[in-house]
Design a binder for this molecule. Structure first.
Ligand SMILES: Cc1cc2nc3c(=O)[nH]c(=O)nc-3n(C[C@H](O)[C@H](O)[C@H](O)COP(=O)(O)OP(=O)(O)OC[C@H]3O[C@@H](n4cnc5c(N)ncnc54)[C@H](O)[C@@H]3O)c2cc1C
Length: 306
């Protein structure tokens, strides 16, 4: 069965190659990248790599349509980046292919069907979905080390097709002065906090520990309580602190993919069945409004003693 993996970053090429190895062995890769040296890296995960030097969803869609029609690919897999979701949705529509998003695992049944496990209800539940091949599957980032790279494969350049969209303007967003990527300690805040004013607890804790405050997507994107440079996860920042203290965070894969390189994860959550406890090194089942003030008090006392 012919598989095409669409890589948006070198790291996801490694993750996708590993996923493919588990069910099939090999995939050709479409590397969506403007940087040629990045594509050479991607080429170490496959014998054949197509390079598309445009990140426009239309150009990706057109390149894929052409590859599927010429190459006879039966399964297309990718991680769920926004431009890839856009491009693959168009492809699913134009070629009438089934498309499954937010997958954890893939199994091929009798070379004819694909069985996917995916999460829903903020990852509190899992469902199994079966579709006939050919099909498109979008993964959430995996929590595994990428496949070890091998010999560099052949790289084939694809000419991008211009679409009807025109980017008229690009303006940088207003950002604060935080640099989460450099932080050794991060206190992460989630929707467990009931009001913006309550975030002072996280800032106080972070200051006592010499750390920074990060957050989940809803805190930055929906509630706008914190600036977007504090947003951690698949569509935010990927961080690698020595200590990550997650307060009132459920532990969605989209968030946890951003902290998978943290050395130690401590979770504070009042729901003992919260998914974050499966990934945390230390878990505290408590109401943050009771626990965090006590923690702050204890740290202050310790500091005062010297
Ligand atoms: C395409 C896509 C991309 C996404 N990208 C990201 C991303 O980059 N980053 C990201 O974070 N999310 C992302 N998300 C959203 C993600 O799926 C989750 O919805 C989000 O991470 C949940 O945020 P949360 O943990 O703050 O909130 P919730 O899931 O609502 O969890 C709140 C937690 O707080 C606990 N709690 C409530 N009250 C208290 C209390 N008093 N004391 C202690 N605990 C309490 C609850 O038990 C619960 O576990 C993305 C989603 C999609 C579809």
């Amino acid at each position: 069965m012919k598989v095409l993996a669409i890589a948006y970053e070198v790291k996801d090429a490694g993750e996708l190659a590993k996923a493919v190895k588990e069910f099939n062995g090999e995939a050709d890769i479409l590397a969506v990248s403007r940087a040629a040296e990045q594509v050479n890296e991607v080429a170490r995960y496959s014998k054949r790599v197509y390079r598309l030097a445009s990140k426009s969803p239309y150009a990706i869609y057109k390149a894929l349509e052409n590859l599927v029609e010429r190459g006879g690919y039966q399964l297309l897999i990718a991680e769920g980046y926004r431009n890839l979701r856009d491009a693959l949705s168009r492809l699913a529509g134009s070629l009438d292919l089934p498309m499954i998003t937010d997958a954890y695992t893939i199994r091929i049944l009798d070379g004819e069907k694909v069985l996917v496990e995916r999460g829903f209800l903020s990852e509190r539940a899992k469902m199994k979905v079966e579709v006939p091949l050919p099909a498109i599957v979008l993964f959430i980032p995996r929590f595994t080390e990428p496949l070890e790279p091998g010999e560099e494969g052949e790289v084939i350049e694809l000419a991008p097709t211009e679409g009807p969209e025109k980017v008229l303007d690009v303006k940088p967003k207003a950002m604060g002065d935080v640099n989460l990527e450099e932080a050794d300690i991060i206190v992460g805040v989630g929707r467990g906090f009931k009001a913006k004013e309550d975030l002072h607890l996280a800032f106080e804790l972070a200051e006592l520990l010499g750390g920074q405050v990060g957050c989940t997507r809803p805190i930055a994107a929906d509630l706008k309580w914190l600036s977007e440079d504090r947003w951690i996860g698949i569509s935010g920042k990927r961080v690698a602190p020595k200590l990550y203290i997650a307060i009132g965070i459920s532990g969605s894969p989209q968030h946890m993919s951003g902290v998978q390189n943290a050395k130690i994860i401590v979770a504070i959550n009042k729901d003992k069945s919260a998914p974050i406890f499966k990934q945390a090194d230390y878990g505290v089942v408590a109401d943050l409004y009771q626990f965090v003030p006590i923690l702050i008090q204890k740290l202050k006392e310790k500091k005062a003693k010297g």
